[in-house]
Structure formats: structure tokens, C-alpha cells
Design a protein around this ligand. Structure first.
Ligand SMILES: NC(=O)c1ccc[n+]([C@@H]2O[C@H](COP(=O)([O-])OP(=O)(O)OC[C@H]3O[C@@H](n4cnc5c(N)ncnc54)[C@H](OP(=O)(O)O)[C@@H]3O)[C@@H](O)[C@H]2O)c1
Length: 278
């Protein structure tokens, strides 16, 4: 058997594609999703690729169940060599309109979900003295964007936590890696879009601006082929000494370097004009 990889959020997008690509590369893949009724697409993709997957139900916000889930996986499959923390969602809306409960929900999945999965995996990997923990962060974890302050801050928190964790665990043989994609064509932009409850109502003082922003995101932001990220995840999982960070996509590289080198005043003018929120 190949090395055992567990991926969260495999009902669509990067998780689904990475599950199939990793199985094709010889990993023994546990592909997890919170709602098994959504497994048809994954099953069809695995069948087309001629690979088998161990599909299991897992909601990363059911924190108490995660250690038991991973221990059971290790009993069944022998080890846990790669954890891909991919499950995520994005709540959009101007900060002024976001409810605290919505911001908390964003953090529960994108930050605490990854943290709780990782904490459950660490004792297993420490005992093995090996393991890769791959965090699917976002370029928004390095470059904050307007109208997604909740999402950007959840990914910034993940960046900081993971950077510190990398330093703590490297000498134990554990490799913590952050993947920071730009815009890729997955369900996060369309079917799984979440707008804050007060965001898209005429009562919001930002109503006009959010309309313009949503139109800009849907029509003017080019989205790349998500297979690129799935293949990058495979390469990282196969590399015994991966880097801490992998920025994915030319848009992400451009955003990162432009923000780093432009004076802040020019950057904020440019973003306001580009995203049409000014
Ligand atoms: N696509 C992009 O442009 C982009 C860019 C940067 C970063 N990312 C990151 O990439 C990751 C994957 O997103 P995607 O683009 O592939 O979007 P996606 O197609 O919407 O996939 C998100 C996946 O996460 C799952 N999920 C959400 N909450 C969960 C929970 N509590 N427990 C378990 N699974 C849960 C979803 O399951 P359900 O089907 O049940 O909702 C779905 O399988 C996310 O962390 C996202 O922030 C995406």
C-alpha cells in the first residue's frame, strides 16, 4: 500500500480533484466530506481515473469527534502520512454589515477546523516521527481584500498559526506547508457562495458597493483551472522537504509582490479602483 493521505472537503473543488490526483500518484487516500449524499461527483471522478478511494464522513467543525476519527483511520489503514486541511468556505460582505455570529462561523471552519484536525493528527505523526500537514490557505491569507474581511482574517490566522507550528514540529520530522491559491474555478465562487445576512439588503449602507463588488468578482476575476492546485498538493506530499509556502497562480503572485513593493497609498487607491468599491 502507498502512504496514507487524508483530505477534508472532498465533495467538490480542490479536495475532490486532489483526492483523485493523489490516488493516481499511488497514495492510499481517505477522501472525507461532511455530507456523504454529495459523494456522486467524487465517485464518478475516481471511476473515470480508475482509482479507489476510502470515502468517509467528516465535518471539521465537529471538534470532539476528530481525534477518534483519526485513531480509527490509523487502525484501519496503518498510518497517517499526509493530512490535507482543505475544507473551507467564504462569507462575503463589508465588515460593517457582518454579524459576529457569521464571522465566528467563518473562523470555526477555516481556522479552528484546520487547527482541530491538526491537533488530532500531531500525536500520531509525532509517534511516527514523520508526516506532512498541508494547509489550503489562500492568497487572502497574505493579502487582505475588501468585502471578504472575515475570510481574509480567518486565513491570516491560519498563516500565523501554521508558521509557528512549522517551527515547533520540523525537528520531529513533521512538515507543515501552506498553499496560497489565487482565484480558481471551484464551487466557492458560485454554488457555495455565502453572503452575510445583512449584506445584500437595501437597508445596508454598503448595498450599492456590494452589488458592484459581487458583479466584479463574478464577471471580471479570471478563475484558473483547479487541477493546477490538485497537482501542486501531490508534488508537496511527495517532497520530503517542502517549503513553508507555495503561492499558486499568476494573479496570486502579482497581488503578493505588488502589495509588497507599492507604497500603501498607491496600493489602496489601486484596489478601490480595481474592485469598484470606491
Ligand atoms: N477556489 C479558489 O479560488 C480558492 C482560492 C484560495 C483558497 N481556496 C481554499 O480552498 C479550499 C477549498 O475550497 P474550494 O475552492 O475547493 O471550494 P469548494 O468547491 O466550495 O469546496 C469546499 C469544500 O469544503 C467543504 N466544507 C465546508 N465546510 C466544511 C466542514 N465544516 N467540514 C467538512 N467540509 C466542509 C465543502 O463541503 P460541502 O459541499 O458540504 O459544502 C466542500 O467540499 C478552501 O479552504 C478555500 O478557502 C480556494
Amino acid at each position: 500500500m502507498g502512504k496514507v493521505a487524508l483530505i477534508t472537503g472532498c465533495s467538490s473543488g480542490f479536495g475532490l480533484l486532489a483526492a483523485v490526483e493523489m490516488a493516481r500518484a499511488g497514495f492510499d487516500v481517505a477522501a472525507t466530506m461532511r455530507n456523504l449524499e454529495k459523494r456522486a461527483l467524487l465517485d464518478a471522478a475516481a471511476k473515470e481515473a480508475g482509482v479507489g478511494l476510502d470515502v468517509r464522513r467528516l465535518d471539521v467543525t465537529e471538534f470532539d469527534s476528530l481525534p477518534g476519527f483519526l485513531q480509527q483511520l490509523v487502525r484501519d489503514r496503518g498510518s497517517l502520512d499526509v493530512l490535507v486541511n482543505n475544507a473551507g468556505m467564504a462569507v462575503s460582505g463589508f465588515a460593517e454589515d457582518m454579524l459576529l455570529a457569521e464571522i465566528r462561523r467563518q473562523f470555526e471552519t477555516n481556522f479552528f477546523g484546520h487547527v482541530a484536525m491538526t491537533k488530532a493528527a500531531l500525536p500520531i505523526m509525532r509517534k511516527q516521527r514523520s508526516g506532512h500537514i498541508i494547509m489550503i490557505s489562500s492568497i487572502s491569507g497574505l493579502v487582505a481584500q475588501p468585502a471578504i474581511s472575515s475570510y481574509s482574517s480567518s486565513k491570516h490566522a491560519l498563516e500565523g498559526w501554521s508558521e509557528a507550528l512549522r517551527l515547533e514540529t520540523h525537528s520531529l520530522g513533521i512538515r507543515v506547508v501552506l498553499v496560497e491559491p489565487g482565484a480558481y474555478a471551484t464551487d466557492i465562487w458560485e454554488k457555495n457562495v455565502v453572503l452575510g445576512e445583512r449584506v445584500n439588503t437595501p437597508e445596508s449602507p454598503n448595498y450599492e458597493r456590494i452589488q458592484r463588488f459581487v458583479q466584479f468578482v463574478q464577471k471580471e476575476v479570471p478563475k484558473r483551472d483547479p487541477h493546477e492546485v490538485a497537482q501542486l498538493i501531490v508534488r508537496i506530499a511527495q517532497d520530503p522537504n517542502p517549503r513553508l509556502r507555495y503561492i499558486a497562480g499568476t494573479d496570486a503572485h502579482m497581488g503578493y509582490w505588488t502589495k509588497r513593493f507599492l507604497p500603501w497609498k498607491m496600493w489602496e487607491k489601486m484596489i478601490a479602483r480595481y474592485t469598484k468599491i470606491g
